[in-house]
Structure formats: structure tokens, C-alpha cells
Design a protein around this ligand. Structure first.
Ligand code: GAR
Length: 189
């Protein structure tokens, strides 16, 4: 089977990145992470990647006049490293049509809600405020809208009556770690 070359974009702690690294190392996902790119210098995700021997780069938004220039730099790094599929793992910027077209149908995102419910930021808080009894995880292809692309996999998570944003987010995160590698494997197949 072909090994798919991944590029992972991160902004923060990188627990989903870690789950993907672990799935690859455990033989559950036939892929290789060619590069991890962060828009935040102190993202813990960069440490996780380095520990796993993966190439990392921090691209400083301050070095670019526009977000489109920034995205061009990301695309050229991804292409230079042979990346076929881009994985957003807690990357907290919206990609413009330029980037989406450069990797058309080859960008995946994980979102902590059952899309199309609760897109955007603070999805778990939105779910609690609405009072839904179930929420969940969605892995989808990234298109030009916000959290609107084709859905690959979803998993339902119960909302408990005593849940806080913290307790719900933690329970959901454990499911995210199972679902993301599974969805990537499915999409690669
Ligand atoms: C995850 O919960 C992910 O679903 C969410 O950010 C967190 C990143 O955590 N993404 C979004 O909300 C995208 N709209 P991580 O850095 O530990 O993987």
C-alpha cells in the first residue's frame, strides 16, 4: 500500500498531532509526516514533532505583508517537502481560497462538534449554551467556507447534565484522538 505524505498545520498543544504520530508508529495509519508548520512560535506541537524526529518550521506571520503571502510560503514549504495531504490539527486560522485551491480536496480538518451544528470557535461552549444532549466530532475536507466541507467521519459524544466546557472538551478530545487517524486512513484509502 502507498504511504501518503502528510503536512500538518498547528497552532497549539498538538494533542491531535500526537495521536496521528502514534497511529503511524503503531502501524494503524500508513502515512508519513513530512513537515509540521506552526504559526505560533511557542506551540507545544512543535516540541512533540521534534521529539518524534519530524521536520518542523515556525513561519512568523510578522514576516509577511499579507495573509496570502503567508499562505504562499506555507504552500511552497509543503510542496518542497512532497506533501500530498494537509492535516489541520488545531490550526487556528481560516485558509483563503488561494490555499484551498493549491491543495484542493487535499486538506482535512477536525472540528469538535457535529457539523453543520456549531461551526467556528468555542464549539463545545456553543453546544453547552444551546443545551444539546449530544454533540460530537467531525472530520471534514476543507473548502472555502468555514467548517463547511464534505464530511468524512463523525462520532457522537453525549453531553452530561453536569458537564462544563472543560469536562466536555476533555472527553471529546479523547475521542478526537481516535477519530482523526481513522478518518485520515479512510480518506487515503
Ligand atoms: C481540538 O479540540 C480541535 O478539534 C480544535 O482545536 C483543538 C486542538 O487541540 N479545532 C477547532 O476548534 C477547529 N475549528 P490540539 O492542538 O491538542 O490538537
Amino acid at each position: 500500500m502507498v504511504t501518503v505524505s502528510l503536512g500538518v498545520l498547528v497552532s497549539g498543544r498538538g494533542s491531535n498531532l500526537q495521536a496521528i504520530i502514534d497511529a503511524i508508529n503503531g502501524g494503524k495509519l500508513n502515512a508519513a509526516i513530512r513537515i509540521v508548520i506552526s504559526n505560533k512560535k511557542d506551540a507545544y506541537a512543535l516540541e512533540r514533532a521534534k521529539k518524534a524526529g519530524i521536520k518542523t518550521i515556525f513561519i512568523d506571520p510578522k514576516d509577511f505583508l499579507s495573509w496570502q503571502d503567508y499562505e504562499q510560503q506555507m504552500v511552497s514549504q509543503l510542496k518542497a517537502n512532497g506533501v500530498e495531504l494537509v492535516i489541520l490539527a488545531g490550526f487556528m486560522r481560516i485558509l483563503t481560497p488561494y490555499f484551498v485551491n493549491a491543495y484542493k480536496d487535499r486538506i482535512l480538518n477536525i472540528h469538535p462538534a457535529l457539523l453543520p451544528s456549531f461551526p467556528g470557535l468555542h464549539a463545545q461552549q456553543q453546544a453547552l449554551e444551546y443545551g444539546v444532549k449530544v454533540t460530537g466530532i467531525t472530520v471534514h475536507v476543507v473548502d472555502e467556507g468555514m467548517d463547511t466541507g464534505r464530511i468524512i467521519l463523525q462520532r457522537v459524544v453525549d453531553v452530561l447534565s453536569n458537564d462544563t466546557v472543560k469536562s466536555l472538551s476533555e472527553r471529546m478530545l479523547r475521542i478526537e484522538h481516535q477519530v482523526y487517524p481513522e478518518a485520515i486512513a479512510l480518506y487515503c484509502k
